[in-house]
Design a protein around this ligand. Structure first.
Ligand code: SF4
Length: 438
């Protein structure tokens, strides 16, 4: 069992899906920066498509999404997305090969199945797709149908991620996401028949009223259903930032010690039941590409979390989608109305972001290697400057340094984000902006 040092987890820290994080994005970047970055792209690229609709909105959700109950709104969003695909692709060299396409949201299956086909036709026509392009998709089991499974098979989606969170009915009620077990089991059957070979379940600990027994039975059921990957996230209750979360009973939330225990026991349970740990909150069966990437030391981290995608460029399409280039991160307009208006004027909507300085890139490498591999090589000057903040972790044996390599111990895993944050000069006023480190 991991040792619990609450004093080391007292300061909320970012999840570091990028460095600098989205909290450092500002309007000090321009459309011209974005267009230049697109024109410089070569080699392998990945695409991310954001569908900001869901049939029902879950109370805990922090994503940019809204209810898909007005067909005209969904239709006009998709029309705009098609315009953006053409506009962005016209700036990207045809020599750049798309090796990954991921759809996320929201719930991509909140749109009509035929719209997925239309999107893939447009992407195929506008971009140069690699012959072995990897296609993945987030799915809401509540809106999964046999027709969706047929389209997933026809398009060739090989990887899928299901928003499960918990199988316990009383917890599903407490977080506003009711989805019977039989519905999830049916979804899994449909996806396997459709040819999905890598299936992820998103699960959560730290839910209101949740006990270890609740979590253990959810983990057991996920393993029994054959999930190839499991992402086990701590629920971050920040109703001052996400107003939907006000519906969740904050008084029923487990305290930090109980959260820590659930995370530790969850980690041990999955490792004892056929899953390899990947980073600090993902787990994968040995055959899954994510487990192989972790084993080979080529695991990466992007806006969707840990990944086996090694493309240096990720282009985000859709409202709020983030694009990532070696020297620039940029986010599209979040508001769907403004996103539509900008595209209707023939402009890209990328409006906020950050230019990555050489120092950002160097520090970003350290943060990513620490989180992905548990170790990073660090220059003597940077190490000396970080020592005062590293000392509390070193004294407790959670991290060690040998010949310029900083290595997080097995017991130090729950402190990985806090250790990585030592190398982040932007995190000074992080107390209300980020979630608990566990
Ligand atoms: S289905 Fe997913 S994206 Fe949609 S509201 Fe629920 S958690 Fe958020």
């Amino acid at each position: 069992m991991w040792p619990y040092y609450p004093e080391l987890l007292a300061i909320p820290v970012p999840r570091y899906t990028s460095f600098p994080t989205a909290a450092e994005f500002s309007e000090d970047v321009s459309q011209a920066d974005f267009l230049h970055a697109l024109e410089d792209v070569s080699g392998e690229i990945s695409l991310y498509i954001h569908i900001p609709f869901c049939e029902k909105i879950c109370w805990y959700c922090g994503c940019n999404t809204s209810a898909a109950n007005r067909t005209d709104r969904v239709t006009s969003y998709l029309d705009t997305l098609h315009q953006e695909i053409s506009l962005v692709a016209s700036r990207v060299s045809k020599s750049a090969k798309v090796t990954r396409i991921s759809l996320g949201g929201g719930s991509p299956n909140a749109i009509a199945p035929i719209e997925l086909v239309r999107l893939f036709v447009a992407l195929t026509v506008e971009f140069s797709l690699s012959d072995d392009v990897v296609l993945s998709m987030e799915l809401d089991p509540r809106t999964m149908t046999a027709q969706w499974a047929e389209v997933i098979a026809a398009v060739g989606i090989g990887r899928a991620s299901l928003g499960v969170q918990t199988f316990a009915p009383h917890l599903q009620e407490a977080i506003g996401r009711v989805q019977p077990m039989r519905h999830i089991a049916q979804t899994v059957d449909w996806l396997r028949e459709a040819g999905v070979t890598s299936l992820n379940f998103d699960l959560m600990y730290g839910l209101p009223g949740q006990t270890w027994d609740d979590l253990e039975s959810t983990l057991a059921q996920a393993a029994e259903m054959g999930a190839d990957r499991i992402a086990l996230f701590g629920y971050a209750h920040v109703p001052h930032l996400i107003s939907r979360q006000r519906k969740i009973d904050g008084t029923a939330l487990p305290d930090q010690a109980a959260r820590f225990t659930m995370a530790a026991k969850g980690h041990a349970y999955l490792c004892d039941n056929g899953y390899a740990p990947v980073g600090f909150d993902h787990f994968a069966r040995g055959h899954d590409p994510m487990a192989l990437a972790a084993k080979l030391g080529i695991l990466g981290r992007n806006f969707q979390g840990f990944t086996d995608d090694s493309s240096p460029v990720l282009i985000g399409l859709g409202a709020s989608a983030i694009s990532s280039f070696p020297g620039l991160h940029m986010q599209n307009e979040k508001n769907a109305g403004r996103y539509r208006m900008l595209l209707s004027q023939g402009k890209c909507s990328a409006s906020r972001g950050v230019v990555r300085t050489p120092e950002d890139r160097e520090r970003g490498d350290i943060v990513m290697r620490l989180l992905c591999d548990g170790k990073a090589e660090i220059g003597a000057g940077q190490l000396a400057a970080a020592m005062p903040q590293l000392a509390p972790f070193m004294e407790r044996g959670l991290v060690s340094c040998d010949d310029g390599t900083l290595a997080i111990a097995a017991d130090g895993l729950p402190y990985a984000r806090s250790i990585a944050a030592v190398f982040d000069p932007y995190r000074q006023d992080s107390v209300r902006r980020f979630s608990s480190a566990i």
